[in-house]
Design a protein around this ligand. Structure first.
Ligand code: APR
Length: 307
């Protein structure tokens, strides 16, 4: 039997993730949105692309949750995106209500699913999904680190003239301007980034990564979707195909990295059970301090939550 993946939110990020997942051809996909016609129309379009691209047309759109029953993975992208000068944190109250109701509906019909949160402010929305579902932390986590790492890797590839495939990087911490690109663990073809690029240029790339979401918002007037959609699909791959990938994801820390009861971006092993292990990297003193500052920033947003 084919697996089932539900994507809630048929907007830019959700539809992109759904298309990426449909193209893998390992699952039936259900695309849910509150807007009438939107998920149905996008699903039909993605199904018709299948004949050209060579996958099975097995995505449906819905405004309710009955079709989502028995999903293996639920990806939550519902919410309002960041616009203009709005920070991710400004979104907190609106998206808390949306993510809470979506989680309730989806969790009821797929009680054994893995829940991947994408809606912003990400770290806080993971807390909402965890609280509402009541599921263990292994099955409720968020997508941010892969996207932030992809941005950092892109800048490194451009700076060094290397293929992005040969860049190994890791961005930890909250999905905000205080995220922590771990320079000490960043290599290009196995060579430490610090040996290849000056501290000044590294700092510029770190800054650009931290503000990577805002840079796109300034250009487009809304937030990104191609890289976020692809990143969410990569996490779905790891779970559905039990890949045991080591990926930076937003996980509930319970003492790891000296942080307790807070969702933060850390490297995890992702497989069929969701998070199968939280990996603790050795950090430099500066990186540690940056991670603590990022945790404090996340705690501030989490404190805005009403429930
Ligand atoms: N139930 C289902 N869908 C909802 C609900 C709800 N209660 N509320 C809003 N939506 C839908 C909207 O109708 C819209 O189609 O969520 C979709 C969001 O899509 P976009 O506005 O295009 O936003 P997008 O760019 O996809 O970003 C979605 O992901 O990266 C984050 O910051 C981003 O929080 C935002 C989310």
């Amino acid at each position: 039997m084919r697996r089932k993946v539900t994507v809630v939110g048929a907007g830019n990020v959700g539809a992109t993730a759904a298309q990426e997942i449909a193209r893998r051809d390992y699952a039936d996909v259900v695309l849910v949105d509150i807007k009438e016609g939107l998920p149905q129309g996008k699903a039909l379009d993605i199904d018709q692309a299948a004949a050209v691209l060579g996958y099975e047309p097995s995505i449906v759109g819905a405004n309710g949750y009955d079709e989502t029953e028995g999903s293996d993975v639920v990806v939550v992208t519902a919410g309002v995106p960041r616009t203009g000068d709005m920070s991710r944190d400004d979104l907190v109250t609106t998206n808390e209500g949306i993510v809470g109701s979506v989680t309730r509906e989806a969790a009821e019909r797929s009680p054994d699913a893995v829940l991947i949160v994408v809606s912003n402010p990400l770290d806080a929305m993971c807390h909402v999904a965890k609280n509402v579902s009541g599921w263990p932390r292994e099955r409720v986590f968020g997508m941010a680190g892969i996207l932030d790492t992809a941005r950092f890797s892109t800048f490194i590839a451009w700076e060094t003239g290397a293929s992005v495939r040969d860049v190994t990087a890791m961005v930890l911490g909250g999905h905000g301007d205080q995220m922590v690109p771990v320079v000490s663990a960043t290599t290009v073809g196995g060579v430490a980034l610090r040996q290849l690029v000056s501290d000044e240029r590294i700092e510029a790339m770190v800054e650009r990564t931290r503000k990577g979401g805002g840079e796109i918002v300034k250009l487009l007037g809304t937030s990104a979707w191609y890289a976020p959609g692809a990143a969410a699909a990569q996490m779905v791959d790891a779970v559905v195909l039990d890949q045991k990938r080591l990926l930076p994801c937003t996980a509930l820390l319970q003492g790891e990295y000296g942080i307790d009861d807070l969702y933060m971006g850390v490297p995890v092993k992702l497989g069929a059970g969701g998070i199968e292990e939280i990996v603790e990297l050795e950090l430099t003193d500066d990186e540690r301090a940056a991670l603590d500052a990022s945790a404090a920033a996340v705690r501030e947003v989490v404190s805005v939550l009403t429930a």
